[in-house]
Design a protein around this ligand. Sequence first.
Ligand code: F0G
Length: 458
Amino acid sequence: MNLPYAESYKIKMVESIKRSTKAERLEWIKNADYNLFNLRSNQVYVDLLTDSGTGAMSDKQWSAMMLGDESYAGASSYYKLKNAVKDILGFEYFLPTHQGRAAENVLFSTLVKAGDIVPGNSHFDTTKGHIEFRKAKAIDCTIDEAFNTTIQHDFKGNINLNRLETVLQDNSADKIPFIIVTVTCNSSGGQPVSMQNMKEVYQLAQEYKIRVIFDSARFAENAYFIKQREAGYADKSIKEIVKEMFSYADGMTMSSKKDAIVNMGGFIALREEKVFKEATVYNIMFEGFISYGGMSGRDMNALAQGLDEGTEFDVLDNRIQQVAYLGTKLKEYGVPVQEPFGGHAIFVDAKRFLSHLPKEEFLAQTLGVELFIEGGIRAVEIGAILADRDPETRENRYPELELLRLAIPRRTYTNNHMDYVAAAIKNVYDRRLEIKSGLKIMEEAPIMRHFTVKLDRI
Ligand code: F0G
């Protein structure tokens, strides 16, 4: 008999979670204004809201925390992290920040001005928020295949080079501070960008004298997919692939809460000294002195260790296999999901799931509410609520993809939890036609509304 797949770790510490009744959940979700962000964590049984900051650190990361140097300036923990960024990612200049959006805030304060244009692949919401807040425009150049969940394509995070070149031709270089490439591309379903595409984007950018910045939250998962799917990379290590990936970027922003498996942290890394010097001023103003930038010494130690671990094949293999395990179960049950499966999450296609309801009734959010009621599972809407209103017309934006994301925290849940989640989704799928209407917005913030929106059932 062939031996089955199993994780390359064992569990040393556990945290209790509680199941609840359907009656309790109906009450809780109503009191939360049908916004899953408003639920208390102890009302949730399996929390798939995000894989950000929710992973389990290793024994080596916890022990590194005990050696944190909490000096205000020049801490050894800062140098440890700076060296890890240099060794693993290849960047000379580095600024720590408290999380990914803080890195965006600091770097974009330096580079983005009103009237600018930032092309990229399905910009993440905080990234787009930081661009639009500065009265600049984010232009999505993702390939069309990404927006059809039934098409098989190995690299649905790729940038359409013709579309990108048109943007570069139509606008002067001084209006385009950088092209942003999100690896993996969260908003299109945790989909990877191929090495070939990164290389071609970089070549094009150099022709037009424009910088390339990687939004790198899940860069290691992207490297894993390159190793599995792209010709010529099967025998390369994840660390070798990562090095090559970043050779096609001038800089990066990082949310360390994902692939570096820490609960909080972020950074900026750059090749250009001039940009680094300008960003340093904002970093000191918004985040903290350059040698900690919103992180404590112990957190920088855990992050340095996490960058090393997170770029090991086994760690990525365990994780991505677990995500695929859930995806395969859902497919067996006939549930429509984005394919190929994403790196950090399974994305349920709410348009196909609730095809009998109109898009104006916020399908993915409706599905998210139903899933919570069914099994106490919390997922997140990646659809029209997240897409916000158009900053100029103030009309609702309805993106091509209306997805419910089931993000899997790293090393946190077992496959029994995945079986439970799949069964709950199957139950909702089987009774989908009994869902007669969706949700309407009662109250919303002017920007990034999905965190605080209040909804009601129609
Ligand atoms: N870029 C990407 C691609 C992200 O997925 C995130 C966060 C950020 C930037 C911002 O980083 O949260 O550390 O400030 N994504 C989380 C998620 C919130 O649930 O996908 P942050």
